[in-house]
Design a binder for this molecule. Sequence first.
Ligand SMILES: [Zn+2]
Ligand SMILES: [Zn+2]
Length: 448
Amino acid sequence: MFRLSFRSMKNVISLFILLLVSSGLTAQPSADAEIQEFIDKQYPSLDTLYKYLHRNPELSSQEEQTSRLIADELTSLGFEVQERLGMYNLAGVLKNGEGPTLLIRTDMDALPLEEKTGVPYASTTKGTNAAGETVGVMHACGHDIHMTVFLGTARTMVEMKDQWSGTLVMVAQSAEESGFGADALFKANLYDKVPVPDYAIALHDNASLPAGTVGYRAGAFMASVDMVDITVYGEGGHGAAPHTTKDPIVLAAQMINSFQTIVSREINPIDPAVVTVGSIHGGTIYNIIPDEVKLQLTLRSYSPEVRNQIVEALHRITKNLAQQARLPEEKYPKISIRDPQTPATINDTELTNRLVTVFKETLGEDKVVETPPNMVGEDFSRFGMQDEKVPICMFWLGAVDPQKVKEAEETGTKLPSLHSPFYAPLPEPTIKTGIRAMSAAALELLVE
Ligand SMILES: [Zn+2]
Ligand SMILES: [Zn+2]
């Protein structure tokens, strides 16, 4: 007698299910399956787009060609596009029936760095920085990944128009790296020019998470950033006669040492804060005591109170040390804090939790990881800080070759960070995961 073994029985059942699926008798494929199929079809052109953007980076507030490309594509997809909303900021609006408004933001600018990744599509572009110097230009922060995901998401949302309802606002932002772009966008009154969003979301590629994953954190996500210039004055003279001078180099050194006690001795240890002196310039030659020294600092914190406490300490310490050096009042140090500062990025908890649920359903539990807050900054924070308190969420997009992450973990070596000339994201899985996550988030939020 002919008998079916358990294994062959299973095969027959599988075949039967397969036939049912292919004959359309079962449920519709999930939105994610549809998104994935669409991205696979789009990928050759997205790869070309990514490599074009990578080879043709533009510095902060100089994104003329990049913004042109994005505006043209959004227009051809049916978005109503407004350009030059401060700098090269632009916004595209797509109305698709009743429902909420979702804003998705990308940034567009690159960094003054000479690329050293060795990838075949490496940038050899040169640019002119704010000081008028010729510099290498590179997408070392992965904003080219952000733009490719952004346009891939726009294409996906247009393709899947029958599966959502509401208004989609796509914003491409100028000058994120310099911290001026979002400020310019809101000085141009973005929320008067496009429907005020119910949510604003964005992603940033991540130089330590493997491609295929996303990272999230509700609440404190990125720090506030202040850039501070301090001019320390003295009374110069001959290096051999220090007693006839008031040496600003020694004074600057005392100040730098004292600044180390702001975070360690004055700020509550529970509150994150950083005071870094990143630049010190003074003097010309061995035997001259100069008249002044210039310092540049970056301050990081998560709350306005801590930030103000650091600023107060800088004023107090520099003034007291100048007094101690017997300098007259007009020679007390001059402190200028660059305006605008970048506020802290605080992710809305409810919105973040909603996105995390969707990401886990879409990508799988193990591909969605909670990440600690850190002290880098992002002016995406401004999208949630206008009169209209829009809930915002920025999440990480893993961008590193998973094999390299594994090797680094095993050998204890460091992966190139964002802003490194060696930072080379793995394009295909990063871009595909970014579009899947962003489109799934948009479909979740844009329901009537
Ligand atoms: Zn950056
Ligand atoms: Zn960035």
